[in-house]
Design a protein around this ligand. Sequence first.
Ligand code: ZN
Ligand code: ZN
Length: 390
Amino acid sequence: MRPEGASPPAISLLHDARHGYGSGMMQNPPFDTLRFPFPQPPAPAGPIEIAPGILWLRMPLPFRLNHINIFLIEDGDGWAVLDTGIANDATREIWEALAAGPLAGRRLTRLIVTHYHPDHIGLAGWLAERFGVPLLTTQNTYLQCLTISLSPGALEAPVYRDFYIRRGLKPELTAAVSTLGHAYLKMVTPLPPIFERIADGDRLNIGERSFEVITGEGHAPELAMLYCAKDKLFLAGDQVMEKISPNVSVWAVDPHGDPLGLYLRSLKELKTRVANDVLVLASHHRPFYGLHERIDELAAHHVLRCDAIREAARTPKTAAELLPVVFHKPLDPHETSFAFSEVLAHVNYMLREGTLAWAGPQNGIERVIAVGPAGLQRHINSPERAGGNF
Ligand SMILES: [Zn+2]
Ligand SMILES: [Zn+2]
């Protein structure tokens, strides 16, 4: 059950939106507009108080993205915990050290999980049992995790394999995608048999504070965020982070899905629901100010990718052939499977908006082609699409 040395957590692969796997063409605008009041991250068992009654701590991850932020929210005589870290001995030891050290004398009151990715939910089952706390999360988060646990083999169904092959992925890479469910299970302890559902629009009273639950889409279904307007705090999960852009992927179970469209819609909605002067407490990298600017950057990043894909698809291309257009660095099989799924997200988005069309299958392999060169290119490059509307 030790994930060290295993593949990275597929479903939480995140890329550096600025440097990523790509080149300058894929870079986001500079982050000069963001401010970082706490530039130094905490040591694993040394939480930092970043607002009255809000502690920031970090758990290591054995991947290129080498940490996750955990936040503790004062909750009466104890602490509510937001996210858990991955299920491995190192993370368990840090939780034990916290309980015996900095948190000694204060109980954990409840565990809130933002989404089903293993770095966020991995130790939920263990923490709930070890500290006797209830799990609060969205229904989709709970069921998504449970589904993978109950039938990981289902992901290897021939129809899923064919989906990837038809879109140009080589058979050996297809196998890597198919076995992601097994990697996931190594990083997640079995969930508690019951949970408390939280949903968009709920009010969650934690200690003296009242948080609005806002759910987002695109990176993970029904990803939960917490917003305390009064204290200008926004716990954003993986939805909006500095420096990196959350992975947005099409999976074979929902082959025509549009997670990128959902993600962009979610970003737009966040701008209307969450004020720009909040301190953004994201699950990776540093807390920051500049939520709306960062949202614009993330949206513009995806527009640039769509531009690049469209340019390359002036002649018919498979999704696999579009990979180097977006990701310029050599990728290992695991990274390739994620990069591929992210390219598919852009392809499906562009098929829906009409800037790409299917070129028709050849030898069972499907290719897309750019539609309407001049006019639609202007549409993609329009200020609105570049973020002015967000
Ligand atoms: Zn995630
Ligand atoms: Zn994450």
